[in-house]
Design a binder for this molecule. Structure first.
Ligand SMILES: Nc1nc2c(c(=O)[nH]1)N[C@H]1C(S)=C(S)[C@@H](COP(=O)(O)OP(=O)(O)OC[C@H]3O[C@@H](n4cnc5c(=O)[nH]c(N)nc54)[C@H](O)[C@@H]3O)O[C@H]1N2
Ligand SMILES: Nc1nc2c(c(=O)[nH]1)N[C@H]1C(S)=C(S)[C@@H](COP(=O)(O)OP(=O)(O)OC[C@H]3O[C@@H](n4cnc5c(=O)[nH]c(N)nc54)[C@H](O)[C@@H]3O)O[C@H]1N2
Ligand code: SF4
Ligand SMILES: [Mo]
Length: 650
């Protein structure tokens, strides 16, 4: 008899959907979105709709692998974990725990994944990562400005007259926002997209601006200048913001035309925005994640925060500068000290270069879980060199990724259909429990079971004892207990977090040292045009076909690079070319798109290095101005006909 079982999607995605899985004879035969979940609304995205091919893929790992001679060979758990425990104990004894690096990324957003951090903190504390490849700049920007980072309820958009998608491709990266946007638009809200890239989300917007990449700071200043000039900022801004005068000075230090030229948008567009944030408020900014991934991404997001604040939109219903829903806010993780305890940290976007350079002691062992740094962090070849030269690399994953291929030990783990975990979303305020809808295949263990088995072998079994449910209880009770919310209740159905605000800054309370918004008042350098030699900015962006490096279906052949026809270096639509940066080159297939800017080359993120499809093979490791994020979209590239390269006939 087929049976329907529910769980939550644990992928690194703002939506955290509720999945209804149909299970027959212990096998999932169908996945659908829950109809009664307020955000899932009965549908799943492209990548997760096709997840069963991944779940039952022939190349899924179901046994540990250990490197013998040159290759990775199947081994028992006892052998694999015995080896890892011995080596970790030896390295810790010889060089101290700082010689061990624990790296965890966002393969699963389950809260219990933090227990891997906890184990290594108790075993060490060991070296951990700092900064954040994804959102480091934006996180830091909002913390500086507001002292906390959280977002208004999506329902609060009911009150918005304008919704600005500032650098956000909802169709691809957050599809469950679409029904909400459509509904608000039907009710009269104007939806404005500001993105250098023309993408499918544009079809759903009333206005689309395509500024210069990194031109958003200038655009925000153009809007602010107009608002100051017309008296559209709120008169009591000084009561709740520091540095209003300095911000006004900055915004008025250049003409409207000059700011707009720097942003590469028409003056009329800036004036329209000023009106929407001023007399026509409320205007909500849904701040995307992409615009922060630039050298001055922190300053850009601070400029949007400032615009929201002095225009009087930040603290009112229908306003806000919403970037990140505080997904961990409902759970107690205070027993993990993280950076406060770590002897040393590795900056995530500089993973490869820092690993190679670290001394005293050098990093000798790396444990990687829920991440694929070779494919997803910049400078893939440096990451490869860094990992290939360590004594011990352990990777916990379900597949033999570009990273796992370099490991000495690979430990097979559970998928999203097998997860037993807690989840909060970074795109809405619902929280809940992911329940395994099927048991993992024989030979596969959860991250928790893996670190527990390791803990037993290194004399720390008491530290991690307790099953998944006991740990869930431990994370839930301290925070939700006082609100009368229990784990049992969360198991029955996801619900809105009782600790989430509806309008974060209503009451104008800020957690900054002065209690006021800390307005930015200095300009970063203007975005430079791409150099003449390599005139295109490489933007490797989310595609609906993959979750970062996890593809719904494996893709073969050269990756597609989309450019304006005038920027194709004479390569015809559909033709092959070489895409070259200062770091390397890839053979790609060129697609023409006359709707794109002439200064960008677009490519899907997440391509695999071994298939020659990895954009990070071309991208230098560099950080953002704030928060040690990855400045991933600031790499200049050019297209060359492939036969232009000697020894490489097309
Ligand atoms: N299908 C799919 N969905 C995903 C993911 C995936 O890999 N595939 N990844 C997930 C992850 S890891 C995350 S962090 C989230 C968010 O995933 P992101 O990929 O960050 O999603 P968006 O913020 O929607 O898209 C980034 C947008 O920022 C724009 N952008 C880049 N530079 C600039 C700029 O200078 N100015 C402006 N205005 N815009 C700019 C890009 O053109 C792009 O449209 O979504 C998740 N959702
Ligand atoms: N050039 C370029 N690079 C980028 C980006 C970009 O836009 N352009 N985007 C960046 C962003 S936003 C992000 S968030 C990062 C993402 O970078 P990563 O987090 O490294 O991305 P994934 O490819 O999703 O890797 C996650 C791995 O976790 C595994 N996994 C899934 N579930 C589990 C689990 O429960 N346990 C364990 N142990 N493993 C699991 C998956 O099989 C997968 O191999 O990449 C960044 N890299
Ligand atoms: S990846 Fe995102 S949109 Fe897709 S099912 Fe999971 S939570 Fe929903
Ligand atoms: Mo991300």
């Amino acid at each position: 008899m087929p049976e329907q079982r529910r769980t939550l999607c644990n992928r690194d995605c703002p939506d955290v959907c509720e999945i209804v899985a149909t299970v027959e004879d212990g096998r999932v035969v169908r996945m659908q979105g829950a109809k009664d979940h307020p955000y899932t609304r009965g549908f799943l995205c492209h990548r997760t709709s096709r997840f069963l091919e991944t779940q039952y893929a022939r190349d899924r790992l179901t046994t540990p692998l250990v490197r013998r001679g040159g290759g990775l060979e199947p081994a028992s758990w006892d052998e694999a974990l015995g080896l890892v425990a011995r080596e970790l104990l030896r390295i810790r004894a010889e060089s101290g725990p700082a010689a061990i690096f624990h790296y965890r990324s966002g393969g699963s957003l389950g809260l219990l994944k933090h227990l891997s951090d906890y184990f290594f903190e108790r075993f060490g504390p060991v070296t951990i990562k700092r900064g954040d490849i994804c959102s480091g700049a934006g996180d830091r920007a909002q913390m500086m400005d507001f002292g906390i980072e959280d977002a208004n309820d999506l329902e609060d958009l009911d009150a918005s007259r304008t919704i600005v998608l500032w650098g956000k491709n909802a169709v691809v990266s957050s599809p469950h926002l679409l029904p909400i946007l459509r509904q608000k638009r039907d009710r009269g809200a104007e939806v404005i997209l500001i993105d250098p890239v023309r993408h499918r989300t544009a079809a759903l917007c009333d206005r689309v601006l395509q500024p210069r990449p990194g031109g958003d700071f200038a655009l925000a200043m153009a809007v602010l200048r107009t608002m100051f000039a017309r008296g559209w900022t709120v008169p009591d801004a000084r009561d709740f913001c520091d540095h209003v005068d300095a911000l006004e000075q900055l915004a008025t230090s250049r003409t409207l035309a000059a700011w707009c030229a720097e942003a590469d948008v028409p003056v009329e567009a800036a004036e329209h925005l000023a009106r929407r944030f001023g007399p026509d408020k409320p205007a909500a900014i849904l701040v995307g994640w992409g615009l922060g991934r630039r050298s001055h991404g922190g300053a850009t997001i601070r400029a949007l925060d400032a615009l929201s604040a002095v225009s009087g939109n930040l603290d009112i219903p229908g306003g806000g500068a919403s970037y990140y829903f505080k997904r961990r806010g409902a759970f107690d993780l205070s027993f993990i000290r993280g950076e406060a305890a770590a002897p040393r940290t590795v900056c995530e976007p500089l993973f490869g270069p820092e690993l190679l350079a670290m001394n005293d002691p050098p990093i000798r062992a790396v444990w990687i879980t829920a991440g694929n740094p070779v494919a997803m962090l910049p400078e893939s070849e440096t990451t490869v060199r860094a990992l290939a030269s360590r004594e011990l690399v352990v990777v916990v994953d379900s597949f033999l990724t570009d990273t796992a291929r370099l490991a000495h030990v690979v430990l097979p783990t559970t998928t999203l259909l097998e997860a037993d975990d807690l989840l909060g979303a970074y795109g809405h305020h619902h929280i809940g429990v992911a329940r395994p809808v099927v048991a993992p295949p024989e030979g596969v263990r959860s991250d928790l079971e893996i670190v527990q088995a390791l803990a037993e072998r290194v004399g720390l079994s008491d530290v991690l004892s307790g099953d998944a449910r006991a740990w869930q209880q431990r994370l839930v009770d301290p925070m939700l207990g006082p609100h009368g919310v229990t784990l049992d209740e969360l198991e029955r159905a996801p619900r809105r977090s009782p600790v989430a605000p509806r309008v974060v800054f209503s009451g104008r309370r800020f957690a900054t040292p002065s209690g006021k918004v800390n307005l930015l008042h200095e300009a970063p350098p203007a975005p430079a045009p791409a150099p003449a030699l390599r005139p295109l900015w490489l933007m490797a962006l989310s595609t609906e076909r993959s979750q970062s490096s996890q593809w719904a279906r494996p893709e073969a052949g050269p990756a597609t690079v989309t450019v304006h026809p005038d920027s194709a270096a004479g390569v015809p639509d559909g033709g092959l070319a070489r895409l070259e940066s200062a770091h390397g080159s890839l053979v790609v297939r060129v697609a023409h798109d006359a709707d794109q800017r002439r200064d960008v080359a677009l490519m899907p993120k997440g391509g695999h290095l071994r298939d020659g499809r990895c954009p990070n093979a071309l991208i230098a490791a560099r950080t953002t101005d704030l928060g040690e994020g990855g400045a991933l979209y600031d790499e200049p590239v050019r297209l060359l006909a492939p036969f232009a390269e000697p020894g490489n006939p097309a």
